[in-house]
Design a binder for this molecule. Structure first.
Ligand code: ZN
Length: 295
């Protein structure tokens, strides 16, 4: 492609979209005051600049958190008041100290808090606030952030964030656009996972920011959530179909093919691992499982 053609293509994109945003842009604006932070370390955060201060979501680890704080300070001189965690896992909930030192209150669901207390990590600090129940809203600086507890789905205290005015959601780990399920599908309760995807599908939003994404565009839509649910259901259907054919259980993971998702990242590498996990879940019963969180 020559320079002129690139310029024409860019101009056309500008005319259609107003700006050219790519998935590998470190900072992308999703709406007035709402930003996606993707430094290329495989983890994506979000922050909201309100008239009174900043709300940040997902600190990941110290290096990521320092970059996130710097990105925030690049667009506003307002202080960060809240750091919100999506769930308990070390690889998402570390780096909180950076925001604590910046004066932020760290918030997580009580179930995540309990796990974090019981399973310390050198880069993870305990939240300052643990909330209970199915939903809690943060109303701050003219912005509302709804925190929806997803129950037994992935990890503990799994929370999906929704901005009702902007109609934007932040989803960690439950949906990764254009990629099969992560490796051996660790710490997913499959029926609860499907239930959480249906709940997200019922939410009102037009744009999604995902903690991980293999898509070309920085923002996703509800279609990604629906596709993820269909992928899990197709995996279950394919396992049943192999059993009906009489395929030996140990051959099932390499017998299952799902051409609909062939273009997704890690299809060749992880599809058999995904099948193992789904098959064992159907054979042994859902795991991990716990009694419903009592508030
Ligand atoms: Zn996780």
């Amino acid at each position: 492609m020559n320079v002129l053609r690139i310029a024409v293509a860019l101009l056309a994109a500008l005319l259609v979209y107003g700006s050219v945003a790519a998935a590998d842009d470190v900072l992308t604006q999703a709406a007035e005051g709402v930003y996606r932070y993707a430094p290329g370390d495989g983890y994506i955060s979000m922050f909201i600049v309100t008239k009174d201060g900043v709300i940040a979501i997902e600190s990941v680890n110290t290096t990521h958190a320092q970059g996130l704080l710097k990105a925030i300070q690049g667009v506003t001189d307002k202080r960060v008041y809240y750091l919100l965690h999506s769930h308990n896992h070390w690889d998402h909930a570390s780096g909180g100290q950076v925001f604590r030192e910046a004066g932020a209150s760290i918030v997580a669901h009580a179930e995540a808090y309990e796990w974090m207390k019981a399973n310390p990590h050198p880069d993870m600090v305990l939240p300052s606030e643990a909330w209970v129940g199915k939903q809690r809203d943060i109303k701050f600086g003219g912005t509302t952030v709804e925190m929806h507890y997803m129950g037994s789905s992935h990890g503990y205290g799994m929370t999906v964030f929704r901005l009702p005015k902007e109609k934007i959601v932040y989803i960690a780990d439950l949906v990764t656009p254009n990629r099969v399920l992560f490796s051996i599908v660790p710490d997913f309760n499959i029926p609860g996972f499907l239930e959480s995807l249906k709940r997200i599908e019922a939410m009102d939003f037009y744009r999604a920011i995902y903690s991980h994404s293999a898509a070309k565009e920085p923002f996703g839509t509800k279609a990604d959530v629906t596709l993820m649910r269909e992928y899990v259901e197709d995996l279950q259907g394919a396992v049943v179909a192999e059993f009906k054919k009489g395929t030996s259980w140990k051959d099932v993971p390499h017998a299952v093919k799902l051409p609909k998702y062939q273009h997704w990242a890690m299809y060749d590498e992880w599809l058999p691992l995904n099948v193992w996990r789904i098959m064992l879940d159907m054979h042994m019963g859902p795991f991990p499982w716990r009694p419903k969180y009592v508030d």
